[in-house]
Design a protein around this ligand. Structure first.
Ligand SMILES: *Cc1c(COP(=O)(O)O)cnc(C)c1O
Length: 452
C-alpha cells in the first residue's frame, strides 16, 4: 500500500483533495463550445463560475489543497464514520466483510455539503453575491442553501416540479437556511417558459432546471451558477470521502476488493472510488468498482457515449459523457437525485477505460434492500443510497454462492429522513417498477448534437 498517498491533518482529515486527472492514462475528452465545436476556454466559463473552480476543472495536479476555512467547516461533521455492517453480514450469512462510509451525518444529511461548502467559499472569495442552482430531490438545494448561509450568499434554487410537490420538507429546509425555492419549469426564465408552452403539465427534469439556473446566472454579473454533480471540480471535492476511507481502512488493517456506489451524476461514487482507482492506476491493488443506477434512468447501462448538452435548453457547453439525450424526461420514480440524463465525463471516461462496472436495478428491489439495511444496521437510507445498499447486498450474496470472503465497501451517501413519503408509499404497496421506455430513449438520443 506504499504507493497510496494521502495527506491527513492530526484529526485524520484530508488536507488536500485527490485529482484523478493526474493519473489518467489518457486525458478526458475536452469540453466543446456548442457553436464552434472547438474546446472551450476558461473565459467561456467565467460568466458561470469563479476562476478558482475553473482552474480545478482543468487541473492536472494530483493534490489540490483544501483551504483552511473549508477544512474548519468540514470538521463540524468530518471525518465521517466508517462502519463494519456486522449484523447485515450475519443476516445475509455471507463470508464477505461489508463496510460502509456514512455521509448522512452532514448538516443536510448527504455527501453534497462536501462540494457545496468549497463552491460557496470560492464564490465568496471572488466577490459573488448570489448563487443559482437546480435541485432534484432537494439534497443539493438544501446543501447549497446551508453553505450559502455560512458565507452570506443569496441562494436561488430551481427545484424539479415533481420533487417540489412530493418533497415539501426539503423545500422547507432550504427556506429555513434562507434560500428561495422555485418550482421548475417556471415562468421566470425564457428556458422555463418555452417548456411550459410546449407542455403546461411538465413535471420538470434536472436538465430543464439547470437551463433555468444557468440562464439567470449568465444574465447578472454578481450571480454565478453552482452545480451539485457531474463536473470535474465537484467530483474532486467529493474525494474527501475516499481519502478518509483509505486511512480508516488502514487503521482496520483492511482494503476493499469491491467498491459500490449509486450514480446520479456520479459525484458520490467518484468520491469514494477515485482515490482507490487512482492507487490502482499508479500500480497498486486492483479493485472492482460497481456503479449502481436506477433501471428507470439507465445512463451508464443504456445511454450512449457521445457529446451532449448538460441541459434541455441547450445553453451549456458540450461534454462527452454517457447520456440518454438532453430531452429525456425520466418518470417520477422516487430516487429524485438519480434522475439526470447524463453522467460525469470523468466517470464516463473511466467506464470506457474499463475501470467501472455499471449495473441497473428497478426501484422496488432497492427499497427492499434499504429496509433490510434499516432492520439490521438501524440507519434508514435515502432512496438513492438504497441502490448502493442493493448493489452491496448482491455482491455479498454472490460471495456466499462462490464461497469467497471478499471485502466490500459501499458509500451510504445519505439518510432517508426527508424521504418518508417514499417509504410510506413503498410499505403501502403503491410503488411500481417503472417501465423503461426504449422508444422514448431512442427519440431523445436521435436529438444528440452532431459533432464531427
Ligand atoms: C444527489 C444525490 C445522489 C446523486 O448524485 P451523485 O452525484 O451521483 O452522487 C445520490 N444520493 C444522494 C443521497 C444524493 O443526495
Amino acid at each position: 500500500m506504499d504507493t497510496i498517498k494521502y495527506l491527513l491533518s492530526e484529526d485524520q482529515m484530508p488536507t488536500a483533495w485527490y485529482n484523478i486527472q493526474a493519473d489518467l492514462p489518457k486525458p478526458v475528452p475536452p469540453v466543446l463550445h456548442p457553436g464552434t465545436h472547438q474546446p472551450i476556454t476558461p473565459q467561456d466559463l467565467e460568466p458561470l463560475f469563479p476562476a478558482a473552480l475553473i482552474e480545478q476543472e482543468v487541473s492536472r495536479d494530483r493534490d489540490i489543497e483544501i483551504p483552511e476555512e473549508v477544512q474548519q467547516i468540514y470538521r463540524q461533521w468530518r471525518p465521517t464514520p466508517l462502519y463494519r455492517a456486522r449484523r447485515l453480514e450475519q443476516v445475509l450469512d455471507t463470508p464477505a466483510k461489508i463496510y460502509y462510509k456514512y455521509e448522512g451525518v452532514s448538516p443536510s444529511g448527504s455527501h453534497k455539503p462536501n462540494t457545496a461548502v468549497p463552491q460557496a467559499y470560492y464564490n465568496k472569495m471572488a466577490g459573488v453575491k448570489r448563487l443559482t442552482t437546480e435541485t432534484g430531490a432537494g439534497q443539493w438545494g438544501s446543501s447549497l442553501a446551508f453553505a450559502g448561509s455560512l458565507f452570506g450568499l443569496e441562494v436561488e434554487v430551481y427545484m424539479v416540479k415533481v420533487s417540489y410537490e412530493q418533497k415539501p420538507y426539503r423545500r422547507a429546509l432550504m427556506e429555513s437556511y434562507g434560500a428561495r425555492a422555485i418550482a421548475s419549469p417556471s415562468s421566470q426564465t425564457e428556458a422555463g417558459r418555452q417548456i411550459l408552452q410546449a407542455n403546461p403539465d411538465s413535471t420538470g427534469s434536472l436538465g430543464i432546471a439547470i437551463g433555468e439556473a444557468v440562464e439567470v446566472a449568465a444574465q447578472d454579473e454578481n450571480t454565478k451558477y453552482a452545480l451539485g454533480s457531474v463536473l470535474n471540480h465537484v467530483l474532486l471535492h467529493q474525494t474527501v470521502i475516499g481519502l478518509e476511507t483509505l486511512a480508516q481502512l488502514e487503521m482496520a488493517g483492511d482494503y476493499p476488493d469491491i467498491i459500490v456506489g449509486c450514480t446520479g451524476g456520479g459525484s458520490n461514487f467518484a468520491g469514494i472510488a477515485f482515490p482507490f482507482i487512482g492507487a490502482q492506476l499508479r500500480g497498486d491493488r486492483p479493485v472492482r468498482c460497481i456503479a449502481v443506477e436506477p433501471a428507470a434512468c439507465p445512463t451508464l447501462t443504456k445511454g450512449q457515449y457521445a457529446y451532449d448538452f448538460g441541459d434541455t435548453a441547450h445553453l451549456t457547453p458540450l461534454v462527452k459523457m454517457h447520456t440518454l439525450g438532453s430531452t429525456f424526461v425520466p418518470q417520477g420514480f422516487h430516487a429524485g437525485g438519480l434522475r439526470y440524463h447524463g453522467m460525469a465525463p470523468l466517470l464516463s471516461h473511466l467506464l470506457q477505460l474499463g475501470h467501472i462496472e455499471p449495473t441497473a436495478y428497478p426501484q422496488l428491489s432497492c427499497f427492499a434492500a434499504g429496509v433490510t439495511f434499516a432492520r439490521t444496521e438501524g440507519i434508514l437510507p435515502a432512496p438513492e443510497a438504497n441502490h448502493a445498499v442493493k448493489g452491496a447486498i448482491d455482491a455479498a450474496l454472490h460471495c456466499k454462492q462462490a464461497g469467497e470472503s471478499k471485502t466490500i465497501l459501499f458509500n451510504l451517501c445519505g439518510h432517508g429522513h426527508f424521504d418518508m413519503q417514499a417509504y410510506i408509499d413503498y410499505q403501502a404497496g403503491k410503488l411500481r417498477d417503472l417501465e423503461y421506455s426504449s422508444e422514448e430513449v431512442a427519440m431523445a438520443l436521435a436529438g444528440l448534437p452532431v459533432v464531427p
